[in-house]
Design a protein around this ligand. Structure first.
Ligand SMILES: NC(=O)c1ccc[n+]([C@@H]2O[C@H](COP(=O)([O-])OP(=O)(O)OC[C@H]3O[C@@H](n4cnc5c(N)ncnc54)[C@H](OP(=O)(O)O)[C@@H]3O)[C@@H](O)[C@H]2O)c1
Length: 318
């Protein structure tokens, strides 16, 4: 008899009503894999985009599909050749596998160990479970692709969310000046994370507000929102500035010839997870957890992330 786990799952694409919570068979712990006891799993906007069937060209689903790519947990068993972690090791990871099927919104999970790193010791389980996808996205955007430097100014759109809030902190660690854009209600949160200036996107054209605090323009524009807020902000980018977007492909933006554009899609990376862990353990990276939900309340977690106005991270605690 296969072992089973409680899990959130759906058997067809659609809305929140398609989600069930119940027992599912666990696969055998295969070569290079470990069995994890899930302690916390962050929920991200991509989880509902995938569930609605909008991301199949990038990641197909196999049903029943357990959603969730963020995880922090304890290794319970190691498969053949899985030697990086001992049983009992505390790990975290961004488990974006080639097919959405065995996701992290479950009590237990069989996963290739190549997705996992030792978890930050100074973070709670909830914080560690909320870090991987948002943290990797921000790091790979602002630091790896964006090459942000101490003398520079960065404009972050969507700066109160999971990605943008991490981006503020990474940018401040570099020593850059940070202009953070979200609603007025998130201003104190963004300041707490290190933002030098905050702008309310509902208060008027964002680019004009940016020009008041950075008259020469910004060196790097990090877009985690797109839409009107991005369009309004383009005029605040220096003519030879860099634009990194995690949403936009840049084609319809009419960028000046000197602007360097790059779309970033977060990639699983153990070295980057190691780096984020070291920052967190050095007290240089917080993970503000807005809300936690039991696995049985996973629909409520989806409802919150689908508002598109979460300040901090939403985390499922199975
Ligand atoms: N390409 C990739 O690999 C990748 C990876 C991760 C995320 N993403 C995408 O990046 C986006 C952000 O992800 P997330 O996890 O940070 O989402 P999130 O935690 O839900 O945060 C979204 C934030 O955006 C703010 N916001 C909403 N409308 C805004 C606007 N017009 N201008 C400025 N800020 C606005 C909200 O702040 P207020 O409540 O204050 O309005 C909210 O805090 C999502 O669309 C997600 O799909 C892409």
């Amino acid at each position: 008899m296969p072992q089973q786990t409680q899990a959130a799952y759906y058997t067809e694409f659609g809305g929140i009503d398609k989600i069930n919570v119940g027992p599912l068979d666990l696969p055998e712990v295969g070569e290079g894999e470990v069995l994890l006891r899930v302690k916390a799993a962050g929920i991200n906007p991509v989880d509902y985009i995938v569930r609605e069937g909008h991301f199949q060209a990038v990641v197909p689903n196999a049903f029943p599909a357990v959603p969730g790519w963020d995880v922090a947990g304890v290794v319970e068993k190691c498969g053949h050749g899985a030697s990086r972690f001992a049983e009992g090791a505390e790990v975290y990871g961004y488990v974006r596998r080639p097919v959405v099927q065995h996701g992290t919104f479950a009590e237990r999970l069989v996963v290739p160990e190549c997705y996992l790193a030792a978890r930050p010791e100074k973070l709670t389980w909830e914080e560690a479970g909320g870090l991987p996808l948002a943290g990797l996205t921000a790091y790979q955007s602002v630091i790896t692709a964006g090459q942000l430097k101490a003398s520079e100014t960065v404009l972050i759109l969507g700066a109160s969310g999971g990605v943008g809030g991490t981006a503020i902190q990474l940018a401040k660690n570099v020593g850059a000046t940070v202009i953070a854009v979200a609603s007025a209600g998130s201003a104190a949160h963004m300041k707490e994370l290190g933002a030098d200036f905050t702008i309310d996107y509902k208060a008027g054209p964002v680019g004009e507000a940016v020009k008041k605090v950075a008259p020469d323009g910004v060196d790097l524009l990090f877009d985690a929102v797109s839409g009107d807020t991005l369009t309004q902000s383009l005029g605040a980018l220096k003519p030879n500035g860099r634009l990194i977007s995690v949403l936009n492909d840049g084609k319809a933006l009419n960028l000046g010839p000197g602007v360097r554009f790059q779309h970033v899609m977060a990639q699983p990376s153990v070295p980057d997870l190691d780096h984020l862990r070291d920052l967190a353990d050095a007290g240089k990276l917080q993970v503000p957890v807005a809300q936690t939900f039991a696995l049985a309340d996973v629909k409520k977690a989806f409802e919150q992330i689908e508002t598109k106005h979460t300040t901090g991270k939403v985390v499922i605690v199975p």
